[in-house]
Design a protein around this ligand. Structure first.
Ligand SMILES: CNc1nc2c(CC[C@H]3O[C@@H](OC)[C@H](O)[C@@H]3OC)c3nc(N)[nH]c(=O)c3cc2[nH]1
Ligand SMILES: [Zn+2]
Length: 373
């Protein structure tokens, strides 16, 4: 049993008991202590982009077992505006979520959502996808916005290198991210129980990933994210990067793989040393009628369910499985009833949290967990 205690997450300790497996010696289970409570890792973080996990009440999200949810700087700075959220008591109060909140730094959404944008050394100038008004996101403004929102974990302002990229493109993008990380770190207001994570880039090039990690480790972040993945490279290439990238990061700090993923992606990434995940799959696909079950993914809109009087999963404790049948869910989703989105989302979030719970238990017992899904 290797006891590895994490360096201070300001004023708090993160205890991590990394059991060295023969096959999965990199898998680890632990606890991150923050100002807003504990995060049990490996952790799945539901996405609440616009200050709400879509179709869920925050107390319902809590019953699924989620310790932390995500908000998004890009969306919230456009509407309702970071200063307004600050004036109203911060995002925790605004959305009635008292546990940890992680906010992305906004760069990714600028590139994927905004119209007309210009990347300069200073930052990214863009027009809002809502009303076309002009905005600038920079390491300083992104860090300040996340402070105004009251984020427990703030993400450094980075450039998510697109896939595919040539070596030269990935190199200059990674170097820009390193310069922006330095400015983000300088702009961060360090407080007990709050933390800022650096995001490493470098696409699929291992020397660039190493350089990115070295640049960011110098800035002594409270945690590190592996960025530039789940951007279309596919699972095989992603795992190839994850075969070495987590090892470039401090073993005693949280490692967060952004935007991942399906259950099999999560299991493979945990086996390679990742602690934290976020993905829209359980919420977005739930609203689109896809339910994750131990029998595989159920497309509830399929007509074979229209008179199926059994629950999605007979032993699941979520309201969809306890009180309703596949036939009812099939009907609700077909006629686009709001309750359909609610019940499907609730079940999927419960499924993902159960998966993480089982992974944490297997690691704690020193068991292999290849076959869980
Ligand atoms: C899906 N694949 C993927 N997402 C990614 C995101 C957005 C996650 C963010 O996007 C929102 O979900 C829609 C969530 O709010 C999440 O917040 C952390 C990334 N963000 C940054 N800053 N840098 C990256 O390299 C990056 C890579 C990703 N790959
Ligand atoms: Zn269920």
């Amino acid at each position: 049993e290797k006891e590895v205690s994490i360096t201070k997450f300001p004023a708090d300790e993160r205890k991590i008991i990394a059991k060295a497996h023969d096959k999965y010696k990199k898998a680890r289970a632990g606890i991150i202590n923050t100002r807003h409570g504990q995060i049990h890792t490996p952790a799945f973080m539901p996405v609440g982009t616009k200050g709400t996990v879509k179709a869920m009440l925050p107390e319902s999200v809590q019953t699924t077992g989620a310790d932390i949810i995500l908000g998004n700087t890009y969306h919230l700075m456009l509407q309702p505006g970071a200063k307004r959220v600050f004036k109203l008591g911060g995002l925790h109060k605004f959305m009635n979520w008292s546990k940890p909140l992680l906010t992305d730094s906004g760069g990714f959404q600028v590139m994927s959502l905004s119209k007309l944008r210009k990347i300069t050394e200073e930052g990214v100038i863009f027009n809002s996808h809502i009303d076309g008004s002009k905005f600038m996101l920079s390491p300083e403004s992104s860090t300040e916005i996340q402070y105004l929102l009251g984020s427990t974990i703030t993400m450094a302002f980075d450039e998510c290198t697109p896939y595919p990229s040539t070596y030269e493109q990935a190199k200059s993008s990674m170097e820009l991210t390193s310069r922006w990380a330095k400015r983000s770190r300088k702009a961060f207001y360090s407080r007990d129980g709050y933390g800022q994570f650096g995001i490493i880039q470098g696409s699929i090039y291992n020397d660039l990933r190493l350089k990115s990690a070295l640049d960011l480790i110098e800035l002594d972040f409270e945690g590190y994210a592996i960025g530039g993945l789940a951007v279309g490279e596919g699972q095989e290439l992603m795992f190839k990067v994850l075969d070495y990238a987590p090892d470039l990061l401090p073993i005693n700090k949280p490692r967060y793989l952004m935007g991942v993923g399906k259950p099999a992606d999560i299991i493979g990434a945990v086996q390679r040393g990742i602690d934290m995940f976020d993905c829209v799959i359980p919420t977005r696909s739930g609203r689109n009628g896809q339910a994750f079950t131990k029998y595989g993914v159920v497309n509830i809109r399929n007509s074979k369910y229209k008179e199926d009087n059994t629950p999605l999963e007979e032993d699941c404790l979520c309201p969809a499985c306890k009180n309703y049948t596949k036939a009812y869910l099939h009907y609700l989703v077909k006629v686009k009833e709001i309750l359909g989105a609610m019940l499907m989302t609730w079940h999927n979030l419960m499924y993902f949290q159960k998966l993480m719970l089982r992974i944490r238990e297997y690691i704690a017992q020193g068991k292999d967990f290849d076959f869980i899904s």
